[in-house]
Design a binder for this molecule. Structure first.
Ligand SMILES: [Zn+2]
Length: 296
């Protein structure tokens, strides 16, 4: 079974935000409510493809809640990624651009996500971009993995990545045995992976970047949604462990949205290991920080 590598690229260092929220009234944020995810396409997508994006938005919106926040944006075209339109608007919650274009040809990076902006109030993303490689898109559809790819990349767009958990001090273990140490994710892992004797929750360790590799360890988690591979078929479950990570990041979480999942070691099932995933993402700088307007 062919598996794809997924990649996260964080490339927001050159994004220029002119006066983003700088003149906005601010104050205490309201109580959490289901997150708002606005999707904007900058490339043609078929109805079938857009329905898969809508599926991801629906599931994540049911799973996560956050204090409502509006953001005022005033930025030039191509500020965060090539093809980005200029932004002169106020929007609520997370705005996600979705595009398809050339990346690296077939069988390399099939998709990546950039976090372009985060809220100054909770450091969670408010502007992200998901790019699909145009040379891999037909094969993704043929193999039936596109639904899982959108779910996976949307998780990165929402904050499953080092730009969210490193500033909060939620990792340890260096580069050889990186782990996520949020208490909720650890508690959920203990419920479903008691066999594991290492430090929890294990992050991917086959790249030389330690906790900057924003995935669960494939050898431990196998087919969970946030490992750095995706398999053919309907699996890639969204586990309560992944939702626990989002809880540790600051979201409110509805754990009833999680799919059934038990941590299942790769080696115990005799499945051939994947190729090394080193260097499958690049961090070029921090996302821009935008002050929210209070929603009343
Ligand atoms: Zn990923």
């Amino acid at each position: 079974m062919r598996r794809f590598r997924l990649a996260l690229f964080l490339a927001a260092a050159t994004w220029i935000c002119v006066g983003c929220g700088s003149d906005s009234p601010t104050g205490p944020l309201g109580p959490p409510e289901p997150i708002t995810i606005a999707v904007r396409y900058t490339s043609p997508f078929t109805e079938a493809q857009q329905s898969l994006v809508a599926n991801a938005v629906d599931k994540w919106s049911r799973a996560l809640a956050r204090a409502p926040q509006d953001f005022r944006l005033n930025s030039g075209a191509n500020s965060c990624f090539a093809g980005e339109p200029s932004l002169h608007e106020t929007h609520r919650g997370l705005l996600v651009f979705v595009s398809v274009g050339a990346v690296d040809g077939r069988f390399g990076v099939i998709a990546f996500t950039q976090v372009c902006g985060v809220s100054s109030s909770d450091t969670l993303p408010m502007l992200s971009h998901i790019r699909l490689d145009k040379d891999d898109l037909p094969q993704m559809e043929a193999d039936g993995v596109l639904k899982s790819v959108f779910m996976h990349e949307m998780a990165h767009a929402l904050g499953f990545g080092p730009q969210s958990y490193l500033p909060k001090g939620l990792t340890g273990g260096g580069t050889s045995d990186p782990f996520f140490l949020g208490r909720t994710a650890r508690a959920e892992f203990a419920k479903h992976g008691a066999w594991y004797t290492g430090v929890t929750v294990p992050l991917e360790n086959t790249s030389p970047t330690g906790p900057r590799d924003p995935h669960w360890r494939y050898n431990v988690f196998r087919d969970e949604l946030m490992v750095p591979s995706v398999s053919r078929g309907p699996r890639a479950p969204l586990s309560s462990i992944t939702l626990g990570l989002f809880k540790d990041l600051g979201y409110d979480v509805d754990f009833s949205v999680a799919d059934s999942y038990e941590v299942t070691p790769l080696w115990g099932n005799g499945i051939a290991p994947e190729a090394n995933l080193g260097n499958d993402f690049v961090v070029t700088g921090p996302p821009i920080v935008v002050r929210p307007i209070v929603v009343r």
